[in-house]
Design a protein around this ligand. Structure first.
Ligand SMILES: Cc1cc2nc3c(=O)[nH]c(=O)nc-3n(C[C@H](O)[C@H](O)[C@H](O)COP(=O)(O)OP(=O)(O)OC[C@H]3O[C@@H](n4cnc5c(N)ncnc54)[C@H](O)[C@@H]3O)c2cc1C
Length: 363
């Protein structure tokens, strides 16, 4: 996930920082919102401006904002001051949304018929249902007293973009070898050349060594690892590094609370499962809320949500964990077991069907 402006590709982290500054109107507001020091926020913006070769923000001493007519492209979608403001204006317009940028969840007290939520600015709200959609370190989950089971693989993922000669035909490809898969995800053309995002999973120390290589050496290593599928790969972004974990919440619900997305489940980035599974959580909650609005956040609704979502989440987290472990395996015996394991996974019809539904591209 990255963006480009004037043909420069940028990472989502820098953009989040930029957005936090623009939304909160200050570096102080952004640092509070992102839980970063103010100097870390300044450094990220300085680095972003250096990469773009021009200043991004207009600072008039008191306020900070995007200059008029300044464009930043994200994956072919253009963000300008005008349309960022249009998104915010649209959110503010919606009668059922109270949009409070820069303000987070702090704590809550669940009662039998409502939850009282305290926000980071000290305001309190009462609500029938709190949805924890606040990521893998969810504060809502902690406040609800829900524990997690976390598996660490000693792996990291390098993420970056490349251009190449051969077309990707909009097909995502995973190349498995020891250390973890090398995944090419199709992106729109960049500088008139086919372009892909890469997620390269490796043992932690190997990933750190790769991240520190010069651009030319890194490209040579990536070419070799891609088996030259699309011809020589040319880096088109900076490299980011992510720890790989699998995590599942012990419960999906607590009184007046439901967890969704990474607050409930995290899995290695294999088979592009993150978004799909999170959308299923949301759609399940929505269906239940529409079916019986008077039951919103009541034990009956929350039990049904947990019953409907838990088996699917468990299956996916377990399946992706198995595929990842098979993919990490390095020695020849494990490699052979791995391919047999993957063959077996693909060979058993119900599992194959499930994997296909999960978007894993079973043959
Ligand atoms: C290397 C890598 C590659 C991936 N590739 C893919 C892929 O190709 N396809 C795919 O589908 N998935 C992919 N994923 C997974 C995907 O990134 C996640 O599934 C997705 O980002 C999770 O969304 P989320 O909303 O649960 O969490 P996040 O994206 O982490 O969002 C959580 C939000 O909660 C906010 N927040 C945190 N604390 C608070 C608080 N106290 N109060 C209020 N708000 C708060 C944060 O600011 C943030 O905006 C990948 C993940 C990794 C690491």
């Amino acid at each position: 996930m990255f963006c480009h402006s004037s043909r420069v590709r940028l990472d989502i982290d820098s953009l989040r920082t930029l957005r936090a500054i623009v939304e909160s109107g200050s570096f102080t507001g952004a640092s509070a919102r992102l839980h970063l020091t103010q100097s870390a926020v300044s450094w990220k913006i300085k680095r972003l401006e250096e990469r773009l070769g021009h200043a991004l923000l207009v600072r008039d001493g008191k306020t900070i904002e995007l200059p008029e007519n300044k464009e930043i492209d994200i994956d072919a979608k253009t963000i300008t001051k005008d349309n960022v403001e249009a998104y915010w204006a649209r959110l503010k317009e919606l009668p059922n949304i109270d949009f409070r940028p820069g303000i987070g969840f702090a704590q809550m007290l669940a009662r039998s018929n409502e939850a009282i939520v305290t926000l980071s600015d000290g305001h309190q709200l009462s609500t029938k249902l709190v949805i924890g959609a606040d990521g893998r370190n969810s504060a809502v989950r902690r406040a609800a007293g829900i524990d997690v089971k976390t598996t660490r693989y000693g792996q990291k993922a390098l993420t970056f973009a490349v251009t190449h000669d051969a077309p990707h035909d909009n097909i995502s490809t995973e190349i498995h070898r020891s250390g973890g898969p090398f995944t090419l995800v199709p992106l729109p053309d960049h500088d008139g050349k086919p372009c892909s995002a890469v997620v390269w999973m490796e043992h932690g120390d190997a990933a750190m060594r790769l991240a520190a290589l010069s651009e030319a050496d890194f490209e040579a290593a990536a070419n070799e690892r891609s088996a030259y599928l699309y011809g020589p790969l040319k880096l088109a972004s900076r490299r980011s590094i992510w720890p790989i974990i699998s995590q599942i919440a012990q419960d999906l619900t607590a009184p007046r609370t439901a967890l969704v997305a990474e607050a409930a489940h995290v899995m290695p980035p294999i088979g592009a499962q993150g978004l799909n599974i999170s959308l299923k959580d949301l759609s399940c909650l929505l269906d239940l809320a529409i079916a019986q609005p008077d039951q919103l956040g009541a034990p009956k609704m929350l039990d049904t949500y947990a019953r409907q979502r838990h088996p699917d989440i468990k299956l996916r987290v377990t399946g992706i964990d198995a595929l990842n472990r098979a993919s990490i395996a390095g020695n020849p015996m494990m490699q052979s077991l791995r391919s047999k394991g993957i063959e077996a996974l693909y060979g058993v019809t119900p599992i194959r069907r499930t994997l296909m539904q999960m978007g894993l591209g079973a043959r």
